[in-house]
Design a protein around this ligand. Sequence first.
Ligand SMILES: Nc1ncnc2c1ncn2[C@@H]1O[C@H](COP(=O)(O)OP(=O)(O)O)[C@@H](O)[C@H]1O
Ligand SMILES: [Mg+2]
Length: 289
Amino acid sequence: MSTQASRLEALMDAHHNGQRETRVIAITSGKGGVGKSTLSANISYVLSKRGFKVGLMDADIGLANLDVMFNVRADRNILHVLKGEASFRDIVVPLEENLYLIPGESGDEILKFSDATIVSRFIDEAQMLENLDFLVIDTGAGIGDTIQMFLRAADEVVVVTVPDPAAITDAYAMVKVISKIKSDLSMVVNQVRSHKEGTKIFDTIKKVAYGNIGADLNLKMLGSVRSDAQVARSVKQRVLVCKELSNIAPATDIEAIADTLAAKKEHKMLEARKEGGIGTFFKKLLGQF
Ligand SMILES: Nc1ncnc2c1ncn2[C@@H]1O[C@H](COP(=O)(O)OP(=O)(O)O)[C@@H](O)[C@H]1O
Ligand SMILES: [Mg+2]
């Protein structure tokens, strides 16, 4: 059996007493180019290294970001599954131990799939993902219908911004929209000079948001990630920062964020709620049409 095949086998067999509950995290932003893919890829990698089973869904497939980052080819995506042209097993790309790429689809074509039989088949296929501890979705930027669909289906939405004023304005607009559909909302300020700068930017956004949205808003700072030119270089060289440059500041910052997400998951599991999980995720995702 090839390494890829045996890894897939491991993904599908490891039921671990049925105790797993998939936490779905959507990483999004108002403006493009703020670091969503960098964060999604590296957070997923760190979580997988901590022993969690992680699915990384590229829902910004138009840019084919994540397959480039991981230097793999993904020629089919969830749209092919919906069309019945491929099964989930065919499209999932094992990246590392515990880490699987799920090529997604950002186009609106996915919205056509409202047919009940297709939807139920898709949910059946999705059951293999029940073994995942985390599903991290790298969404496109902005608030299009498809993106909102992914955000709605997530347990937690992470809005990424950078210090530039245009990005902050767009991040704020994003928070405003998402706060209407999600109560668990957090923020990462990427490419900061210092954590102090990150906190200051977050505080400003939070203040304006609370002023306009009111007490219903539950917006938390997930962390800030310092800027380092080696990050941009690493993408060109197809090197994952947290894997191969793990000593640089942004890598340690992303590790801290991943650990916070892991701690949150443990906490939620202790709460033993019945909601959430991948079955619920796809039902929520597809039940909206
Ligand atoms: N902390 C950082 N420091 C320096 N460059 C960064 C950092 N985070 C992301 N970048 C760079 O910014 C660019 C955009 O990042 P990317 O993850 O592709 O953004 P998005 O997915 O939001 O479009 C890339 O060249 C990436 O390497
Ligand atoms: Mg991207």
